[in-house]
Ligand binder design. Sequence first.
Ligand SMILES: Nc1ncnc2c1ncn2[C@@H]1O[C@H](COP(=O)(O)OP(=O)(O)OP(=O)(O)O)[C@@H](O)[C@H]1O
Length: 298
Amino acid sequence: MSDTALEATGLGKRFGRRGGWALRDAAFRLPAGRVCALVGPNGAGKSTLLALAAGLLPPTEGRLTVLGGTPAGARARVGFVAQDKPLYPQLTVAETLRMGADLNPERWDAATAEQVVAGGDLDPRSRIRSLSGGQRTRVALALALGKRPELLLLDEPMADLDPLARHELMGTLMAEAAQYGTTIVMSSHVVAELEDSCDHLLLAGSGRIRLAGEIDDLLAAHLRVSGAAESTDLSAHTVVESRVTGRQLTALIRPAGPLPGDLRTSVPSLEELVLAHLRNPGAPALSAAPAVTQGSAA
Ligand SMILES: Nc1ncnc2c1ncn2[C@@H]1O[C@H](COP(=O)(O)OP(=O)(O)OP(=O)(O)O)[C@@H](O)[C@H]1O
């Protein structure tokens, strides 16, 4: 088993010959067993990256290895819940789970799939077309988890769930990760929701991966600083964002050496770090994870 879940080098995807790049020059390594937040503004390339990892789209350039091999070769070991949760509308919930069992005879975990469905008080005889958006999400997650995947790719899984369902299903996902060492990549726009559950971050922006690495390492590489606007010179450091209010300067920086002693400093929260990078798309990218290559794609 590879200790790398995903590894991208020079990865790019363009739709159509004349289309723009949905993703370009992506380079990162996601170690196996991590719970990874994939964040970024609308159109940043998150769904494209997940579809590439699920083997549903071919890259235009570069390379992406999944569980140490090609995306197509890893598909049986990967669970994918797409943003629009495609399911067969004419099937019932029970028939959908049976289909999951039939398609994954070696790996199917009926107890987990049924438990996820039961948590939503869903009648197994209900047709998929009669379910609400959140109920469909629950069935799609049940299908993906029932497959007992080594890598679970979730595109905005929590977006249409009520707060209790979010809490319950996030708990189910974390338990899955803890019990089986499942790697989870989860895109979301609600950063605060990810702070407690994720240990790795991929931040996409304008088709580029702008931050990649362990959240603790990324936070440790940044500082929030504040001091007198007149006398504070941050030119030796990488400034992600800076703002002057009256005589006070506050900034989020990546220090490149000692800081003036009169500056007040604090470690940013994940939300502060992400928001600062989203507000400042021109800030230099940072990959805090060592790009160790494990295994190789066929
Ligand atoms: N099938 C497609 N054909 C043409 N362009 C596409 C296609 N899919 C995505 N794109 C373009 O690629 C870019 C990235 O889209 P993508 O869906 O990956 O973004 P995203 O980060 O998931 O956005 P959101 O947060 O809105 O879901 C966008 O400019 C989008 O218009």
